[in-house]
Design a protein around this ligand. Structure first.
Ligand code: CDP
Length: 795
């Protein structure tokens, strides 16, 4: 019995296995204030680092005068690029193999770029010192808009790259251009829309930080850091610093949210580690909020054009898209190296279309580098937004119901595994099932009638209903196609069952609040017949955990979750041999019963034995055919990615007088295959929907013409609070992944990916009778009011 994709196999069995709503183990320490985050770490003799950042977006550094800073009592050192050059640490590679300054050597390329580091006995002194570092800048013209950056007369940003003559960063394309153009020429109906997926910031509650701790006695560098991917960070630290990898330990303790923001390596981490190495004392660096928003990895910033070609009856035949991507000052997108546009090529979504073509140009601008996968599998969010918006545009063009047009075009359950026109292999799906459930939960027909009634009665508040039937792609690898800095994207789990029958599970991924300490224990409990309370899950320490590529893009369950199940099955295989020894039966006569979690002799269920006795047997009475001990490790290279999906329906009221949008109803139906912990999933959905609402309604990092960040703090970068979040009604369907060992798909990012187009579609829907086809995010009241005015609907 290997379990596998059949959802009926799993029911938790009262031991906290798969499918049970086990309370999150980690919450005990989080809600009692006993979490241990990077900023909680205090070491004897620890120094503090403060970074001097550039006020200008584009400027040549003419001189840095450290002397006044060094005069401040308590300032121990001031480091500049010149000092780091001595250790060959003045620059570092980005995840896309660009070269980024750790501290600016010659030319500042974005506002808030790191120019110098002041190390002092406490944080306030370091800050005082930082204010006394005098930097002479020769200010240059900046360019922040990617369209302007590609103009002939734009100032050249990357004069450090040999042969670079303009701000062009890269080109990319996918699909069949000729076939797609042909279908567009033939089709009776074509629609086109320009849309911006604005620059966002993941804005985790905890900002980025590190404590570098070089031990000259052991000649070992420990870096405690806010990392979503400790192992790959250790490899990169070793490559950059020249310190052998076994002499580096990365510890990622509790992490207060990552959302993609803690995947890249930032200059602050390197400076803290380098300063500790140079000064032979622990050095802490911890960002402030505005530093985090202004300098660390942003997300999105895709200027997209979408086009659909269809029949008059609403059958979509082709999708075409062109994108201008703003990559900021460096190519530092955090994506598998072979995918410069991430998984954007999934832009045909849930629909069975004949052909598709996508092209993209990326530009350098004088803005912070980034393009991280903010609660997103590498640009799938942008792709989903594009296709789900375009389906609505087409529905309105044809005056068709947006639910009906989706039904007409969905990939059907029997078509799986389905190869998309851009070459992705979808594992499984039942898109219509999810949509039907969402329509029923949303009372769709009632709201359609209510919408018409309000139009007929010229009501002050219009109603709009938006749908998004998204498909995701999560769980990168496989390693042969997906790598980070050359390292294949597998993941791992190491299970050690101790003599008393309790177990420690170590994984290569790193939780940032998703509940892995509970859900990974549930997988192992399920597969070994153990009680979930008897299993502890550890992660985030490169000295003890097996190598893994980390947590982002909802890859933990699809990859490390699979590794946990396979490792547990390896343990179970050995347990069987030990059980046979203990039961004095032949191994082939012994079977495992998932329900009881015990092995028994075939035909004699009373002769049974569970993990506690088996563990004792493994250490105290091991069979001569086996080694002692009960442990296994698995490095899991996924054969394919998993394709979770869902249908979201949003009903909004739009105030014709003020442009305010209020949520009337918010229904989210998700399908993530077999569910490990429904309560954790519910929490993931709620959080992700809140972030989707932030995206659609509030958030945007903005710049003025001088390159000043004008949306770089929480006064201007507006996060949703409980006041803006409506009640969510969640539902689910279960379509297991056929290739995942426990039939699970990822879920963490689905709501952030799927909800923005549903919300925008709803707002557009409220104004469609006025001819409105699109509203740009964030849909603040002024933006919506302008559209109402344009449609002649404002009062
Ligand atoms: O990689 P990340 O943890 O961010 O995303 P995920 O793999 O989608 O998992 C998010 C949380 O939901 C984890 O605690 C998972 O174990 C849990 N989950 C679940 O209970 N059942 C699923 N089918 C998928 C995820």
């Amino acid at each position: 019995d290997d379990g596998g994709p059949d959802p009926e196999t799993y029911c938790g069995h009262g031991r906290g296995g798969m499918g049970e709503e086990v309370k999150r183990k980690e919450d005990q320490r989080f809600i009692t204030g006993r979490g241990n985050y990077v900023d909680d770490i205090k070491k004897p003799g620890m120094l503090h680092c403060e970074l001097v950042r550039s006020p200008h977006a584009h400027a040549r550094i003419e001189n840095i005068d450290k002397s006044r800073a060094l005069d401040v009592d308590g300032v121990v050192a001031v480091l500049t690029a010149e000092d780091l050059l001595e250790y060959d640490l003045a620059t570092m590679p980005t995840l896309m193999a660009d070269t980024q300054d750790v501290l600016v050597n010659d030319k500042v390329k974005f506002q808030s770029q790191e120019v110098a580091a002041v190390i002092a006995t406490d944080r306030y002194t370091a800050k005082d010192g930082a204010q006394k570092v005098v930097v002479d800048y020769d200010v240059l013209d900046p360019v922040v808009d990617p369209y302007d950056a590609l103009e002939d007369d734009a100032p050249l940003i990357r004069d450090d790259i040999e042969g670079q003559e303009d701000n062009h960063c890269l080109d990319w394309e996918t699909g069949d251009r000729e076939a797609t153009d042909r279908v567009f020429d033939e089709c009776e109906v074509t629609v086109k829309e320009d849309m911006l997926y604005q620059r966002l910031h993941p804005a985790p509650i905890e900002t980025c930080g590190a404590v570098g701790d070089y031990d000259p006695g052991k000649d070992k560098l420990t870096v405690h850091m806010t990392s979503q991917a400790p192992h790959i960070h250790r490899t990169l630290f070793a490559q950059v610093s020249g310190i052998p990898e076994h002499k580096i330990r990365i510890v990622s303790p509790d992490v207060g949210g990552g959302f993609g923001n803690k995947v890249p390596i930032y200059p602050g981490y390197v400076v803290a580690a380098a300063a500790s190495y140079v000064l032979e004392r622990p050095v802490k660096w911890m960002e402030e909020r505005s530093e985090n928003i202004q300098s660390t990895g942003f997300a999105r910033d895709y200027h997209m054009t979408g086009e659909l070609a269809a029949t008059k009856e609403g059958k979509i035949r082709a999708v075409r898209t062109d994108v201008l991507a703003n990559h900021g000052a460096y190519n530092a997108v955090a994506q598998p190296s072979n995918f410069p546009a991430g998984f954007f090529n999934i832009f045909t979504g849930s629909y069975d279309v004949e052909t598709a073509y996508g092209s993209l140009t990326a530009a350098y601008t004088n803005t912070a580098p980034g393009g991280v996968a903010y609660r997103c599998s590498f640009r799938v969010t942008e792709a989903v937004y594009l296709i789900e918006r375009m389906v609505k545009v087409l529905a309105d063009e044809l005056d068709m119901d947006p639910a009906e047009i989706r039904r007409k075009n969905f990939i059907q359950p029997e078509q799986f595994p389905y190869e998309s026109p851009t070459g992705w292999n979808y594992d499984s799906g039942d898109y219509e099932g999810a949509l039907d459930l969402a329509l029923e939960m949303a009372d769709y027909d009632h709201y359609r009638e209510e919408q018409q009634r309000r139009i007929d009665e010229d009501a002050d508040k219009l109603l709009g209903i938006g749908i998004s039937s998204f498909t995701e792609i999560v769980g990168a690898g496989p390693g042969k196609t997906c790598d980070i800095a050359g390292v294949e994207m597998f993941d791992s789990a190491d299970i050690r069952v101790h003599p008393t029958g309790k177990a420690t599970v170590r994984v290569g991924v790193q939780t940032q609040g998703q509940g892995h300490e509970t859900t990974f224990a549930q997988i192992v409990a399920e597969e070994l017949g153990m009680n979930v309370d008897d299993i502890v899950v550890e992660h985030g320490d490169t000295d003890t955990d097996p190598y893994g590529l980390g947590t982002y893009g909802s890859r933990s369950t699809p990859v490390a979750g699979a590794a946990a199940a396979v490792a547990a099955r390896k343990v179970r295989e050995k347990a069987k041999s030990i059980a046979a020894n203990e039961l004095e039966a032949a191994e082939e006569d012994v079977t495992w019963d998932r329900q009881s979690g015990e092995f028994h002799v075939a035909g004699a269920p009373e002769r049974s034995i569970g993990i506690t006795e088996i563990a004792a047997g493994a250490y105290m009475n091991h069979p001569s055919s086996e080694e002692p001990g009960l442990e296994a490790v698995d490095y899991y290279d996924p054969p394919e990615m998993t394709y979770p999906f869902g249908s979201y329906i949003v009903v909004v009221e739009v105030d014709r007088e003020t442009g305010e949008v209020a949520f009337e109803k918010f229904v989210a139906v998700d399908d993530c295959g077999n569910r490990i912990n429904p309560m954790v999933i519910e929490g993931q959905i709620h959080g992700g929907l809140a972030q989707g609402i932030g995206t659609a309604m509030l958030e945007q990092v903005t710049f003025d013409d001088n390159g000043n960040v004008t949306g770089g703090d929480f006064m201007n970068y507006l996060l949703p609070t409980s006041m803006e979040i409506p009640e969510f009604e969640t539902g689910y369907t279960v379509t297991p992944s056929p290739h995942h060992p426990i039939g699970a798909k990822g879920v963490g990012e689905s709501p952030t990916v799927g909800s923005p187009p549903a919300i925008v579609n709803a707002v557009v829907d409220a104004m469609k009778h006025g001819g409105i086809t699109h509203v740009e995010m964030p849909m603040t009241p002024d933006v919506v009011w302008e559209k109402l005015d344009e449609a002649g609907l404002a009062i």
